[in-house]
Write a protein that binds this ligand. Structure first.
Ligand code: NAD
Ligand code: SER
Length: 318
């Protein structure tokens, strides 16, 4: 990893991943690419190119201009937006990935591609979801994630492209808001708890899902890309998780810091159906075994850090 391109660099994960990679590799060596500009406070951090991942010419120009050797491919349409715009989700998630893999093949790049808990479906075992199991997702986002996993395997097997990835759970972060997923409640709840002391959740109180705090998500991306190739049996789409929680669990933990916090539930049937089709808790032992995956944050430490970090920032803005 010497000259890096982060696609989707203005999104929830890309914004913070770019900053971390700059710290490790130097600002001149990490290029961000996205349809939209980064948030103001990130604008000056390393080069930024406005690009559309569905346009192979855009992508090739950037790869050539900066002599890119590694692509962290994060540009995507997430689950809730995907259900509203399935054609767009297919185009961005599949054409974008195909372009990245083709360019990686012709320019000799390594690639990181995140899959998701969405790659599983209602028939998948919900508890301790195995690394290798039945995958029949029912959302268009999930369909693109399974197809993407298979395409990555194919490019590795057929063309020797060094493409690696993890199946992220819902990611909780305090820098950039999430981009239209089903797990977004786990971020929104903190903003509303601090600003208003109450939150209306679109999922039922007992909806269990895997979650992870952003520092662990970034660490997973970097660690798998740096793992010795000969130790990887799976290589792509590793289950990774840090906690399995429900909205009620999260509300209870927030109340330890904000005692009067109140949560109400107004269920959105579309996002509830998506959440119900995903695992409650994945088994991530393959990632632990093959490349030493181990999260640092659990529900308690994540909640404390979120509230400590966000409170002064949100109070300053109000
Ligand atoms: P996000 O929605 O916050 O960011 C995606 C970015 O992609 C946005 O900035 C958007 O402008 C950009 N984009 C969309 N279409 C584009 C195009 N045609 N060309 C260039 N850029 C385009 O998403 P995120 O949460 O940062 O997710 C990044 C990756 O991680 C995705 O592959 C997602 O599926 C995966 N993932 C995320 C989560 C999560 O909870 N955030 C969980 C599992 C997997
Ligand atoms: N957080 C993502 C979503 O809800 C999971 O991939 O879409």
């Amino acid at each position: 990893m010497k000259r890096i391109l982060v696609t989707g660099s203005s999104g929830q994960i890309g914004t913070e991943l770019k900053r971390l990679l700059i710290k490790r590799c130097g600002s001149e060596n990490v290029v961000g690419g996205d349809l939209k500009a980064p948030p103001d406070e990130f604008m000056r951090e390393g080069p930024f190119e406005r690009l559309d991942v569905t346009c192979v010419k855009d992508m090739e120009q950037v790869i050539q201009k900066y002599r890119i050797d590694t692509v962290f491919h994060l540009a995507a349409i997430l689950s809730a937006v995907g259900e509203r715009k399935p054609q767009l989700a297919w185009k961005v998630n599949m054409d974008g990935l195909f372009n990245v893999l083709e360019l990686a093949r012709s320019h000799g790049c390594a690639v990181f591609v995140p899959s998701s808990i969405a790659a599983f479906g209602p028939e998948t075992p919900k508890l301790d979801t195995p690394q290798d199991t039945l995958q029949r997702p029912t959302s268009i986002y999930g369909v693109t994630k399974v197809a993407g996993e298979l395409l990555c395997d194919y490019y590795h097997e057929r063309f020797g492209v060094d493409v690696r990835g993890v199946r992220y759970p819902g990611i909780v972060s305090n820098e950039t808001l999430p981009g239209g997923g089903t797990t977004d409640y786990a971020v929104e709840i903190f903003y509303e708890a601090i600003r208003k002391g109450r939150y209306t959740c679109f999922l039922k109180p007992d909806t269990a899902l895997d979650m992870m705090y952003m520092p662990d998500a970034l660490n997973a991306a970097v660690k798998i890309m740096e793992a010795p190739s000969d130790k990887l049996i799976h290589r792509n789409a590793f289950n990774v998780t840090a906690m399995s929680i429900t909205p009620a669990d999260l509300a209870q933990e927030i109340r330890r810091h904000i005692p009067g916090f109140e949560i109400q539930y107004e269920v959105d049937p579309m996002r509830q159906a998506i959440a119900d089709s995903w695992p409650d808790r994945m088994d991530d032992s393959a990632a632990r075994r093959e490349w030493g995956w181990a999260p640092e944050f659990d529900l308690e430490t994540m909640t404390a850090d979120m509230i400590q970090t966000l409170t002064p920032r949100l109070k300053l803005k109000s």
